[in-house]
Design a binder for this molecule. Sequence first.
Ligand SMILES: *Cc1c(COP(=O)(O)O)cnc(C)c1O
Length: 380
Amino acid sequence: MNNKIWLSSPHMGGTEEKYVKEAFDTNWIAPLGPNVDGFEKDMESFLRNDVHVAALSSGTAALHLALIILGVKAGDEVICQSMTFSASANPISYQGATPVFVDSEDRTWNMSPEYLEKAIQDRISKGKMPKAIIVVHLYGMPAEMDRIMEIADKYEIPVVEDAAEALGSSYKGRKLGTFGAMSILSFNGNKIITTSGGGALVSTNEEWIKKARFLATQARDNAPHYQHSHIGYNYRMSNICAGIGRGQMEVLQDRVSQRRQNYSYYAETFAEKAAITLPEEPTSDFYSNRWLTTILVDPASGTDREELRLALEKENIESRPLWKPMHLQPVFADALFYGDGTCENLFNNGLCLPSGSNLTSEDLARVTTIMKRCLEKVTA
Ligand SMILES: *Cc1c(COP(=O)(O)O)cnc(C)c1O
């Protein structure tokens, strides 16, 4: 059997162990220390000089703290992009609030500004002012941020930007993760850079970031004994993980170009194949890190995304359908949804291809050879 080709596997740069060794040598084996501070600084200077960053145990924890800090409580409603990973929506439920899901639009596959505004207007007409809007940049592609921010500002609803998949992407030259009132990043093992597990909360509001660090370390008041006036969480990033993160930040730019090269390779390979389309950056305003290369398979072509997925699986190659929309998930079956089925269509026909920055040209050729075999059957 050939070696397994993963969808997106960790790719160390080489200096990670130096930072981790430093942590051992200085005995900073704790959820605080010089690597945590250094990693936060690295992210701040990468993203934008006016943002503050709290390094946390996961992207999910970052979203949870964002909602807490924005005052989302039981009974509130929070608008969320339907097509996303469940971690975008789960923190709404942690707070006892109710998610209201919004469809995607065709250009970016992210939140439809049109249905966002419809959802807001309808909820307001029912006496329910949404407490926050969670917008996601799927697979690294920027959402339509101008229009989304314009709508959010018009109704004065804060945006939480889920940039878990989009570190290194930008919109109109501005890094994703700097648009929201608060934004989150993830460093899970499959993301563009990883700390094995981790996340970050980003905001220009320094008080909020300080509050996030406070809540993430069990909300201990300033007293010699353990004194608490708030419910706390154990959400801080470990100094060991942050050491990995510091090494990864040194190669982030390379990782973005390697993933963009994967995309170009796939795009060129399938350029002549009518059955397969790859999402393009709609205009030069959109710059995607191409975390994952995705394709849409025309179901009228004679093949479909499931046939391709199974053919790859048989050859020990991992691929995966696009995110299944949240409003179609059993756990959110009762939730409201505003849309026309765009994201359901994308889910039915879309596939994520192996996209790691550590794939060799032989790996990529193995993937496309198998896919081409399926496609040749189609035209035969
Ligand atoms: C990975 C991911 C998260 C969650 O991040 P974790 O660090 O795994 O908790 C949230 N949203 C999206 C869109 C993701 O892809």
